[in-house]
Every structure is written in C-alpha cells, then in structure tokens.
Design a binder for this molecule. Sequence first.
Ligand SMILES: C[S@@+](CC[C@H](N)C(=O)[O-])C[C@H]1O[C@@H](n2cnc3c(N)ncnc32)[C@H](O)[C@@H]1O
Length: 239
Amino acid sequence: MYKFKIPPTEDLINQNPYYRRFKIVIGSPLWKFYLGWAYKKCVEDFIKLNFIPDFNKKDFTCLLCGVGNEVTADEFIKFVITRNQQAKIKIIDLANEQTNAVSKLVEGKYSSFDIGIKQINALDLSSFIPKNSITWIETDGFLEFFSKKALNKLLDVWGIILKKDGFITLREPASIGKVGRLIDFFRIWIAKKWLGVTIYNHTKLDLDKTFREHGFSFTSAPTFIPTFTRYSLIKTGAE
Ligand SMILES: C[S@@+](CC[C@H](N)C(=O)[O-])C[C@H]1O[C@@H](n2cnc3c(N)ncnc32)[C@H](O)[C@@H]1O
C-alpha cells in the first residue's frame, strides 16, 4: 500500500479555484461531445492490440480516476450503463468539491445503480480497492498531475488493482518536438495562474517508455486537441 504524499497537489483537496474555473471547459457541451468520442475511439483502438474489451462480463468493475466534475461523471456513467446495467462503477478524486458534486448527481439520477464515490489520493487506491478487481480504468488529463516519480507509483497501483484481462483508456498531453514543448510551457503556466494547480510535463517518448516499463502494451493516436494523445492499454507484464 502506498502512503505517498504529493505536496504540489495537496492544494487541490479543499477550496481550490480548479473546480469552479475549469468547469467552463470540462462542463461545456463541447467537452461532453469530446468525451463521448474519446471513450468510443479508445475502446475501438483495442483492436490494434488484438484485444476486445468485454463490457458484459460478470463482475464488470470500472474506475473513473480523477473525475474532474459531474459532467464527466455523467458521460462516463451513461457510457457504462448503456453497455452493462449491472456494472460496478467507482469514481474517485482527490478534491472534495469534485466528489461532492458527483455524489449529488448520483443520488439524483443514478441511485439504482452500483456506483461508489470516494475522495482519495489515487496513489492510495490499493487501500480500498482489492488486487486484480478492476476491469476498466478510465481517465483524461490526469497523468499531468503527477511528477515522474509519482507517475511511476500511480502505474504500480493501477497494475495492482487491474484484473489480468483488464484495460485502461486515457487521453493525455504527450508532446513531441519544439512546438509541443512550447504548448506544454503555456499549459503548465495557465494551470498555475488560472487554476491554481501544479501540473507536469510528460513527452510522448516519456509516457511510452513509462507504460512499457510498467508492463503495459498500448496503442496511441492523436485527438483533435493539440498534443492530447489517446492511449488504450492492456496489462501484459504487470503483476
Ligand atoms: C483534468 S481533471 C480530469 C478530467 C476528467 N477526468 C475528464 O475526463 O474530463 C483532473 C482531476 O484529477 C484530480 N486529481 C489530481 N491529482 C489527483 C490525485 N493524486 N488523486 C486523485 N485525483 C487527483 C483533480 O482534483 C481533478 O479533478
């Protein structure tokens, strides 16, 4: 079990402008459209790995890791329950405004489904999620909250909680070349000044290497957001 502190994101836990301000982006109809597109494309991409994700599996359990806000939760829940009404859905975030908003959504709209929401640091996930129990982990713009060291810990934790035939989908800034580095620079600066959060730069090469080192096979492709790359991963070598 990891008890790994990440001081730069501690300021996310309470009363951070992130939730209120970033809602303009991730609460917009365009973002909902993007997410619907991204989930579908990432799932389709598994064919390139000769892998077919089975949403109808008994005990299908999924984790939305770092929910961001209730609009993302709503899109994710809809995507899952249209494929499997019995799915167990877990939604987590480090920050209380995010988890409170999602709890309200679920109480009002999805109370008959098996959905658990928890405010927790993703690095501590194995303290409440059993080993080899998650079928699908999904997230978007999440790895950038982790330094290189913390990202290694996170991938260890994901490897532990994911089932042997489990899968991961994510989209992440993964820069290539000088233009990518310039976009990274502005992204990190805007996140600090406007949203009050510290985020980190991971190049495409860094991310690919780190996923491989943690025993994941993956396929990647661009999205229509500059530098944002979609990844679909399966656990091949991880424990
Ligand atoms: C960019 S948002 C995610 C957006 C959302 N996943 C989507 O698909 O639209 C990132 C979220 O990760 C959360 N977060 C950052 N570090 C975290 C950590 N260590 N553990 C859990 N959540 C974290 C932040 O509070 C924020 O709500």
